[in-house]
Write a protein that binds this ligand. Structure first.
Ligand code: NAP
Length: 312
């Protein structure tokens, strides 16, 4: 099968022919229709996970997937051949990713059925970013009427988080560069989003909207400790971007480090929100698998929202 692979790390990803993996007991073989680029894929290619996870070469990259169940391993319940599914590859090793014609995934974790009304191209860009956004908002228990600062709102996670936060009835302050990124962020939802320019005086801009500090922060980019300083006393900050409690001096602030958990319940909730029109998957660029190098470049050079990869 064709796949986006690495023969070593660090290395530039290339499209090559590899043997498809066979579904083991408890696994699904999925014919992939769509995937997307995540920071994780770039981190693997850059060698940042070397020594932290087993790497199996040739290493097929890719976390997100949407497609059709092609075959079942032994002892799989709840899925049939032909089911439309989507999710996130959650193996304990790196090597059998979803930027490929086929992927094997555990039937028990990281996969859910695709509801009617959710396009495969959108579902293939939803898993990682959607669960990270949802888990972050749940961690800070963002409530109606509260003010949340979303730092990194122009990215894949942030653009879903802005929509989910607005749907909770929160007041949203979102960071964006002036120009295209600001236009993109303000267009994410019908409700008012207060955009602040992270290349300028962030603190002054946030305090102009929330003089006593914000109730919650989503740290998706930028300096987490600086962002925590914009919380009111007793505020909460969720960080999938590496902020840890010891880096924040104010002991009244709660820091929630996030490791996205793409369980079937969260994936299904997100999928239903998209299918109902309550949530939009912010795909702004789509590449064929053969153009994976361009997709990686686009992700790393400021494309707002999600960069999708489709297979035909
Ligand atoms: N822990 C987990 O399970 C998990 C899962 C998924 C993602 N993540 C992490 O979550 C973060 C967001 O992921 P993503 O996929 O949304 O990344 P992304 O698409 O690259 O988005 C990051 C966004 O932040 C903007 N940005 C850059 N510097 C900034 C600054 N100083 N202040 C505010 N915004 C800034 C970027 O703008 P420009 O492109 O214009 O620079 C971009 O719009 C990443 O750190 C990623 O590693 C963690």
């Amino acid at each position: 099968m064709r796949a986006v692979t690495l023969d070593a790390v660090p290395a530039a990803p290339a499209v090559s022919e590899v043997e498809p993996s066979r579904p083991q007991a408890g696994e699904l073989l999925v014919k992939v229709a769509a995937s997307s680029v995540n920071g994780f894929d770039l981190a693997v290619a850059a060698g940042y996970l070397n020594g932290m996870m087993e790497h199996r070469f040739p290493l097929v990259l890719g976390k997100d997937f949407a497609g059709t169940v092609e075959a079942l391993g032994a002892d799989v319940a709840g899925f049939d051949v032909g089911d439309a599914v989507f999710g996130v590859v959650m193996k304990p090793f790196l090597g059998t990713g979803s930027l490929a014609e086929y992927v094997t995934v555990s039937a028990g974790y990281g996969v859910a059925k695709l509801p009617a009304g959710l396009a495969e191209a959108d579902a293939g860009a939803l898993g990682v970013a959607g669960t990270t956004a949802s888990d972050s908002l749940n961690a800070v228990a963002l409530a109606e009427g509260e003010t949340v600062l979303i730092s990194g709102a122009g990215g894949g996670v942030g653009s879903l988080a802005v929509q989910l936060a607005a749907a909770r009835g929160a007041r949203v302050i979102a960071t964006a560069r002036p120009g295209t990124q600001t236009d993109f962020v303000t267009g994410l939802t019908d409700t008012v989003v207060h955009v602040v320019d992270f290349t300028g005086d962030l603190e002054a801009q946030v305090r102009a909207v929330a003089p006593d500090g914000v109730d919650a922060v989503l740290h998706l980019a930028g300096d987490g400790a600086q962002l925590a300083g914009l919380l009111r006393p007793g505020g909460r900050i969720a960080s999938p971007a590496g902020l840890t409690p010891d880096a924040v001096k104010d002991e009244s602030v709660t820091v929630h480090p996030i490791m996205a958990d793409p369980n079937a319940a969260t994936l299904t909730t997100l999928a239903e929100q998209v299918a109902s029109g309550a949530l939009r998957v912010p795909v702004t660029a789509t590449y064929a698998l053969e153009q994976a190098a361009d997709a990686f470049t686009a992700f790393g050079s400021g494309t707002p929202g999600k960069v999708a990869v489709t297979l035909s």
